[in-house]
Design a protein around this ligand. Sequence first.
Ligand code: HEM
Length: 177
Amino acid sequence: MKGVIFTEFLDMVEQAFSADMVDDLIEATSPASQGAYTAVGTYSHEEIVAMVVELSRRSATPVPDLLEAFGSHLFARFTVLYPGLMPAATTSLDFLASIEGVIHTEVLKLYPDAQLPRLTALRVDDSHLTLEYRSPRGMADLAVGLIKGCAHHFGEDLAITSTTADDGAVLFDIRRV
Ligand code: HEM
């Protein structure tokens, strides 16, 4: 997983909790990288999973809630960090429909070793889209946060429900309300 995900996560923890909490998470999980993340480096996603689990234990906040909050935070940061990768979409559903074919494709040009999920969008109508998430990293809660961050970015309200298939794929049903 790219270092930018780790540096943005630890920045969020520092803002939302404290610099001590960042040190405590790294000490408690003793990651192979020793927590010295650079934005362009590549690290095992298990390191961030371990830190999220430890943060959940220390803050008494469920892991899905932390991943969702991080996803929303991360979307806002992506718009600042990668302005050139943002498609000229004017609505959240148009944006979501372009992740696989446009955004993540551009991310792969930037980071050829990026480990990205498969996100297959199906536009039902102007206010309804389904998005299938497939990834060996199982970060569907992070995807929910990114989707909510996207809605916030466009000033829209999305109703999101999801079902998980036997093979682990998560199908999001997303409606503008
Ligand atoms: C709402 C829209 C988006 C969704 C739902 C989404 C979903 C995800 C998810 C779930 C991951 C974690 C990896 C995994 O689960 O396998 C991921 C990774 C990533 N995404 Fe997206 N993403 C979105 C928009 C963006 C945007 C706008 C950018 C940047 C312009 C971006 C850049 C990245 C990068 C750099 C990674 C890390 C890849 C790695 O660590 O190797 N994504 N995305």
